[in-house]
Design a protein. Structure first.
Length: 453
């Protein structure tokens, strides 16, 4: 008897999913638990397994469609089975009725979808199947993955295919690679003079090109230039939605404070001598966890005309990923030691960048720390991550002249590592004075980390 496959409704906290590719064609055989289609959520792209065994008789939602959860997307049954009546009933019913029909179309309850451990893929123009991790690596290495043959299921390009391509890749600097492509130069005929034999822009000129390298970037009248339109990814759509809602619903205000990071730097160096990897961000998160215990209103959230106080401190740490941002959450950060926070944070960041975060690992935060110091940003204002009520932005640590009073009572100028922190807060429940006190206490602990013990 035919079974209806529906969008997943358990284990994924979302309202809709973007079907990016069907891994089995209509008329093809599918087994329960085997990869059936690729789906993009607001945070990542995952491979969804089939919940039925049989022939894929009908794809109801083709690749490219954004589909609400619980909506039927395909029918699986026996070859030649008449499903006309079933399709007719589906076309005249709503999502809830569809779900009930799905449950009743089989002798057993249709199991929820589960995401397999294998790498997930994304649909590409020209039907190029490639997993997100392989695509990310190809882009980082400057590989044209549309020319790579995939060795995975249905020709899916996976990690080992990228490894093989890299082994055959001609070593070339990114700038020289772009210029060679623009000028139609065959890199196989060019000898590299750079480190490890890499081809540089200078090598392109010495290979017989008469025009200077800069001329390659001059506009050509014959080159057609225009605009292009690309649909937003589910992640980018969700970022847009959340940020607009945050600005519309929160009375966002912010305060800044500068902190002498001398003692924090000393503490980090002590851990280095013990061969323990502790980052500045780890120390800041540990400090925030302590201060949030003392200022529970900053760890709270708004629900209608109620304030929700949380007995726990779950701190999110913003991580930049391809095409967006994700905020994995360090649960119960107030109960963790600095070394434990460092270990948990490192594991979450690695999983975020490889697209392997579980749903519960990026939901449930009560406060967020976001840093752009590694990008040489002095300070910035971050938008609150709803339903949280505050977010702390961290700028770079830079040496600055600071006025201090010496033992003789004289003012002297010294050079200190200084960092600027900015607290964005929801003024509906957090007053300006409370925000200032929060930052002052944060400064106290960072300038005297021994107080955290």
């Amino acid at each position: 008897m035919a079974q209806i496959i529906i969008m997943p409704k358990q284990g994924l906290m979302m309202e809709e999913g973007h079907i990016t590719e069907w891994l089995v064609k209509e008329g093809g055989r599918t087994e329960e638990g085997s990869p059936l289609f690729e789906m993009e959520t607001d945070k990542l792209t995952i491979t969804m397994d089939s919940t039925a065994t049989g022939t894929l008789l009908k794809i109801l939602e083709p690749a490219g469609n954004i589909v609400p959860i619980t909506k039927p997307i395909a029918v699986v049954g026996e070859p030649g089975e008449d499903i006309a009546a079933l399709l007719s009933s589906l076309s005249s019913s709503g999502p809830r009725e569809d779900e009930e029909k799905a449950a009743g179309s089989s002798n057993q309850e249709t199991p929820a979808f589960t995401a397999p451990q294998a790498e997930s893929g994304e649909a590409q123009p020209g039907r190029v199947f490639i997993s997100p991790r392989a695509k990310r690596r190809a882009e980082e290495e400057g590989l044209d993955y549309t020319k790579i043959s995939g060795s995975g299921p249905e020709g899916l390009i996976i990690d080992r295919d990228i490894d093989l391509s890299l082994a055959r890749k001609i070593p070339v600097t990114p700038l020289a690679s772009r210029e060679a492509a623009m000028r139609g130069i065959d890199l196989a005929a060019v000898s590299g003079s750079g480190p490890a034999g890499k081809i540089t822009v200078g090598d392109l000129c010495q290979a017989g090109e008469k025009e200077p390298a800069a001329a390659a970037f001059a506009p050509e009248v014959s080159r057609a230039r225009g605009t292009r339109k690309e649909p937003m990814s589910m992640m980018r759509r969700m970022i847009c939605k959340n940020m607009l809602e945050s600005k519309d619903n929160n009375a966002q205000a912010f305060h800044r404070i500068s902190v002498d990071m001398t003692e924090v730097t000393t503490l980090r160096n002590l851990y280095k001598k013990l061969n323990k990897s502790i980052s500045f961000n780890d120390i800041i998160i540990r400090t925030c966890a302590r201060v949030l215990q003392e200022f529970p209103i900053v760890n709270a959230s708004v629900e209608g005309d109620h304030i929700i106080y949380h007995d726990y401190v779950h701190i999110g740490t913003a991580v930049a990923v391809p095409n967006g941002l994700i905020v994995p959450v360090i649960k119960d950060a107030d109960c963790l030691s600095l070394e434990k926070i460092a270990a948990v944070s490192s594991a979450l960041v690695d999983k975020a960048r490889s697209g392997k975060l579980a749903e519960e690992e990026y939901h449930g935060g009560t406060f967020t720390v976001t840093s752009l110091g590694m990008f040489d940003i002095d300070d910035f204002v971050a938008i609150i991550n709803p339903p949280e009520s505050a977010i702390l932005s961290v700028g770079k640590i830079a040496k600055q002249p600071v006025v201090e009073t010496n033992e003789k009572g004289e003012d002297v100028i010294v050079i200190r590592p200084v960092c600027t922190f900015c607290l964005s807060y929801d003024h509906r429940i957090i007053d300006g004075a409370v925000s200032a006190q929060f930052l002052r206490r944060l400064k106290l602990y960072l300038q005297s980390p021994a107080l955290l013990i």
